[in-house]
Design a protein around this ligand. Structure first.
Ligand SMILES: *[C@@H]1O[C@H](CO)[C@@H](O)[C@H](O)[C@H]1NC(C)=O
Ligand SMILES: *[C@@H]1O[C@H](CO)[C@@H](O)[C@H](O)[C@H]1NC(C)=O
Ligand SMILES: *[C@@H]1O[C@H](CO)[C@@H](O)[C@H](O)[C@H]1NC(C)=O
Ligand SMILES: *[C@@H]1O[C@H](CO)[C@@H](O)[C@H](O)[C@H]1NC(C)=O
Ligand SMILES: *[C@@H]1O[C@H](CO)[C@@H](O)[C@H](O)[C@H]1NC(C)=O
Ligand SMILES: *[C@@H]1O[C@H](CO)[C@@H](O)[C@H](O)[C@H]1NC(C)=O
Length: 469
């Protein structure tokens, strides 16, 4: 019996030791596993981060290309070989954060001082990072901000305050994820979503957002796809669990709901250095040499061919400037840009037959030079049509121009309408033409201002007021 008791105690002791060892073992295992898991996740994250940044860097270098091509800009991407730009090595050593640091007040230029006065009174800072050429239209034409080259043009910087927002704009090939200010709280990203390669770059910029530790607010100005298929950006939208609160989208599209998506104008082709023309510099009073112009590549079986045939057969042919091209030229010269600007400035009307999309740079270029755009108001292939039953919107395409009553001429069918149109034009008085030019130039100038105010108001309400809808 005693022996039995002893063995019982021995067994208890053994069991206790076994249990203790087991617990210790499990504890060690769990600790090791957690540590391993955390470490591997950290490594994975760092690795992923590095890959993302590398890919953005390589893709950014070919993102913007200043080639001049006035003849068929809607088609340029299909035929243009990608050009490689190399950033100077000097750049590697510097951080873009320096853009925000300025000389002491006493050493600044009067302009800088005025800017800084305004900056100091502004409540909110919004960074704008331009990774598409439409960023220059936004900054220089709409916001009317100044731009200073940094590091021999590797990137450019500007500041401007509007309402209670101080905008800080950065653009150029030097704007890469490893150089942007990590302290950014509010961000407006200008992205290109026109084709697959550009979409890949844009996606990676959007993926970078989660790694910015202080980011509160993000919005995007997006050069959309000409077929209006921008579904790739939906997962990044705040209402789908992403960070982007609002998108300003180029090209009329069913996505425009004036809640998450607002339509944004394409503007003039800053990528080929179309000038920023002051409305006071436009010749309003002088009679113009040409009644109309048509410059562009003529693709077989396109409405451009119809238009050309129709003009050619009209009794007013000799009153216009016609320069059709059969072939797209990869790089036009300074001279052809001059000619293009000259012809538009000297024409009463500028014809805008549809390309891949109805909206084209030439519409805005003509308006900025006081030449009335004659726009083919026809939907192009793709998903561009507004949803039926969108009662508070006008019909697509070009809802934005229609909403703001742009003083342009819409044509549905060149064959049916061109003769009557040219006949009416030829009989207008000089005074009527002058008044029309004046109206157009003033409208365009006012339109840019309204776009600016709308942008600022939307940012103020989506970024800086607690949204109770
Ligand atoms: C900037 O503000 C200072 C005082 O805060 C003032 O003396 C100066 O005139 C202002 N400069 C401009 C250009 O408004
Ligand atoms: C739109 O683009 C996506 C890829 O981003 C593609 O999967 C989809 O099929 C496209 N939709 C249409 C209708 O073309
Ligand atoms: C030209 O366009 C018409 C209709 O727009 C189409 O039926 C025809 O197949 C086209 N021809 C060519 C050669 O593309
Ligand atoms: C314009 O019409 C003339 C004949 O009147 C013809 O020879 C010429 O090829 C036409 N040009 C175009 C571009 O259609
Ligand atoms: C050209 O115009 C004449 C009359 O001015 C018309 O009879 C003819 O059918 C037109 N041709 C074309 C190709 O439109
Ligand atoms: C334009 O009008 C002409 C003549 O009425 C017609 O033959 C042609 O089919 C119309 N084009 C379109 C795209 O509706």
């Amino acid at each position: 019996m005693l022996k039995g008791h002893m063995s019982h105690m021995h067994w208890q002791k053994l069991t206790f030791r076994k249990v203790a060892y087991s617990i210790l073992g499990i504890y060690v295992l769990i600790t090791c596993y957690t540590g391993f898991h955390l470490l591997s996740r950290k490594l994975q994250n760092e690795f992923k981060q590095k890959i993302i940044q590398e890919r953005i860097k390589t893709l950014s270098e070919i993102a913007d290309d200043p080639d001049w091509n006035p003849w068929g800009e809607e088609f340029e991407s299909e035929q243009r070989p990608l050009l490689q730009h190399n950033a100077p090595a000097l750049w590697e050593a510097q951080q873009m954060e320096m853009g925000a640091q300025r000389a002491p007040v006493a050493q600044r230029s009067p302009l800088e001082r005025r800017i800084s006065n305004r900056t100091e009174s502004a409540e909110h800072i919004v960074e704008i990072w331009g990774k598409a050429a439409i960023g220059l239209y936004l900054w220089e034409h709409i916001i009317e901000g100044i731009l200073e080259e940094r590091m021999n043009g590797v990137w450019s910087y500007g500041e401007k305050s509007l309402s209670s927002i101080s905008f800080r704009f950065r653009t150029g090939p030097g704007v890469v994820p490893s150089k942007v200010p990590r302290s950014t709280e509010n961000l407006l990203l200008v992205l290109n979503g026109r084709e697959t390669a550009k979409v890949e770059v844009s996606k990676m910029w959007l993926e970078l957002l989660v790694t910015l530790p202080h980011l509160h607010n993000a919005a995007v100005v997006l050069l959309g796809n000409e077929q209006c298929n921008n579904s790739w950006i939906h997962p990044y939208m705040a209402h789908n669990g992403g960070l982007v609160k609002v998108v300003f989208l180029v090209y009329d599209s069913p996505e425009i709901d004036n809640i998450h998506f607002y339509q944004w104008p394409l503007g003039v082709a800053t990528y080929r250095s179309f000038p920023n023309v002051k409305s006071s510099d436009v010749q309003i009073d002088q009679r113009r040499q040409y009644l109309f112009n048509f410059l562009g590549t003529v693709y077989k079986n396109s409405s451009r061919e119809t238009l050309l045939r129709q003009i050619n057969n009209s009794s007013y042919t000799n009153l216009g400037f016609i320069k059709p091209r059969r072939e797209w030229m990869p790089s036009e010269t300074e001279e052809s840009r001059e000619e293009y600007v000259q012809v538009l400035s000297n024409s009463e009307l500028t014809f805008n037959p549809v390309g891949l999309n109805t909206e084209c740079y030439r519409i805005y270029e003509a308006m900025s030079l006081g030449s009335v755009p004659v726009i083919e108001d026809v939907l192009t292939p793709g998903l561009c049509q507004a949803r039926s039953g969108d009662s508070h919107f006008l019909t697509s395409p070009l809802r934005l121009l229609k909403e703001f009553n742009a003083p342009v001429i819409y044509v549905k069918n060149w064959t049916q309408e061109i003769d009557l149109l040219l006949h009416k034009e030829a009989t207008l008085s000089d005074l009527e033409r002058k008044m029309r030019r004046k109206t157009l130039v003033e409208w365009y100038s006012g339109f840019k201002m309204r776009m600016r105010d709308r942008l600022v108001n939307i940012l103020l309400s989506t970024f800086f007021t607690s949204s109770v809808r």
